[in-house]
Design a protein around this ligand. Structure first.
Ligand SMILES: *Cc1c(COP(=O)(O)O)cnc(C)c1O
Length: 481
């Protein structure tokens, strides 16, 4: 049995993609079966390493074909540029790198090194601090979940409390079980369902009634609106830590299309680097003040308490991804917002039920479509839409009285070069499946047509145009030396 067949148990690998794999394996077999001799001559087919690589290649064919031909409308994913991907192949990941984001004496886990890590970390933290108006930038968390968990554990102990968004209001899932196990009480942010905004007065009352609350963390993954951060800060008792999880809207903040949390009173902004920021699957924690009393505790929870290795090979890719934001982020963020608004309005005009009409549907990269029951939404996302070549996730839609639907995000397609006009086409195709129950395979052909002129290997707002430059060649020559 071929690997691709084994992996297709859930029925998501369709015939066309399967055919691409079979064809690719055929090509590889043919190329290897020739009689030209030399290194890749007749012995190839007996060579188990070659066979292993051949099989791996077929997985990559399957995946690349899928990615090229699918409209990726998931809000939590992106396409990293070629340089971001290739730089992750450096040897740095073979050594440990522990240094914390505060001054510390060298201790038991300090290693001799070339000085390159300090130089790379210096570049990365410099640009990270600048993009998030922060005094520190800890590059070490291996994901957005670790970052928020470190903030929770560094600010709350047994018997303390913290406030975050309930799941139904888009809160992330990484905190409550951990808080329970650590003896920290969980409270939910009071919301106004109609506006999807935090009810600041009720939050003030909640904190006054529960003086054990030490942390308020804005951790939405389902996020259509900017929250009133300055008012939230003003409503909190002194000493309550205010954290902003920018996993979703990091590029919108760094690109200047949304405000800077640290300038509005957040003690720290943190998040991963692979949703609107098109970096590797990695994360950061940035403090407003370098001498913040919680900096040490939060940082030590990241490493060494929850992590030992921090994937040092991803320092350079993070730096390049943030450099792409520094250079192109202004235009990228504005195009994302133009695209999400265009998509939401066009879906609405098609007759699709879009959440948030009272505030213009969206202020972020996300658009929420209400479709009905949880089972319906799941069936659409993994069934008809998937077969139509449209990649989405199903969610319980915030403010929709328990109804479920689709969370769409436009950032990945914005990097493929789609703009407002194409967004209207995307809306038409989504509506065709969701409302008009069109045959998914016919829509799939239209999706492929739409994407044909938007190559995956020349992403907008990225350094892809420089990948063949002499400077990149010299750099990559060293990466793969
Ligand atoms: C996606 C997300 C995370 C988790 O990030 P990972 O890198 O997958 O660990 C954390 N917080 C929020 C708000 C998120 O949306």
């Amino acid at each position: 049995m071929r690997a691709a067949e084994q992996d297709s148990g859930i029925g998501l690998v369709d015939d066309e993609a399967q055919a691409a794999v079979v064809a690719a394996e055929g090509i590889i077999e043919k190329a290897s079966g020739g009689d030209s001799g030399g290194e890749f001559g007749p012995v190839w087919s007996d060579d188990r390493v070659a066979h292993l690589l051949e099989r791996l290649a077929s997985d990559f064919v399957l995946d690349n074909t899928y990615r090229e031909q699918h409209l990726s409308l998931t809000a939590s994913e992106n396409y990293p540029s070629k340089l971001v991907r290739m730089l992750g192949s450096g040897l740095q990941g073979g050594f440990y790198e522990f240094a914390p984001p505060y001054p510390a004496e060298a201790g038991e886990w300090a290693f001799p090194d070339s000085g390159a890590n300090a130089s790379l970390v210096g570049k990365l933290t410099g640009i990270g601090r600048q993009l998030f108006e922060a005094a520190t930038f800890d590059w070490r968390p291996n994901g957005g979940s670790v970052a928020e968990q470190a903030v929770l554990l560094g600010t709350c102990g047994r018997g303390d409390g913290f406030v975050h968004f309930a799941h139904k209001d888009g809160g992330h899932f990484a905190l409550e079980a951990l808080a329970g196990a650590a003896g920290v009480n969980t409270y939910h942010l009071p919301m106004v369902d109609r506006t999807l905004l935090v009810d600041v007065d009720r939050l003030a009352t909640l904190c006054a009634e529960h003086p054990e609350i030490k942390l308020v963390i804005l951790d939405q993954s389902f996020k259509l609106r900017w929250q009133p951060l300055a008012q939230i800060r003003a409503a909190l008792p002194e000493g309550v830590f205010l954290a902003y999880d920018a996993s979703h809207d990091g590029a919108l903040i760094a690109g200047g299309a949304l405000p800077q949390p640290t300038l509005l009173g957040a003690d720290a902004v943190h998040g991963n680097t692979h949703k609107t920021i098109a970096g590797p699957q990695k994360a950061y924690i940035a403090f407003r003040d370098a001498d913040h009393p919680k900096l040490r505790a939060v940082s030590d929870w990241v490493c060494p308490q929850m992590q030992s290795n921090s994937h040092a090979e991803l320092i350079a890719p993070m730096y390049v991804a943030l450099s792409e934001i520094a250079l192109y982020g202004h235009d990228y963020a504005r195009q994302i917002l133009a695209n999400s608004k265009a998509l939401a309005h066009a879906l609405h005009e098609e007759g699709v039920r879009v959440s948030g009409e009272s505030f213009g549907f969206t202020e972020t990269h996300q658009v929420h479509v209400i479709t009905g029951s949880a089972a319906d939404a799941l069936r659409l996302s993994l069934g008809d839409l998937a077969h139509a070549g449209i990649r989405t996730t199903n969610i319980e839609v915030p403010g929709a009285n328990g109804l479920h639907g689709l969370r769409l995000g436009v950032q990945a397609m914005t990097r493929r070069g789609l703009r407002e006009a194409e967004m209207r086409e995307v809306a038409r195709l989504v509506a065709k499946v969701v409302l008009r129950r069109a045959e998914p395979t016919t829509v799939r052909a239209e999706v492929a047509d739409l994407l044909q002129d938007h190559a995956l290997d020349r992403l907008a707002y990225s350094f892809d145009a420089y990948v063949d430059s002499p400077a990149a060649a010299r750099l990559l020559g060293e990466v793969f030396r």
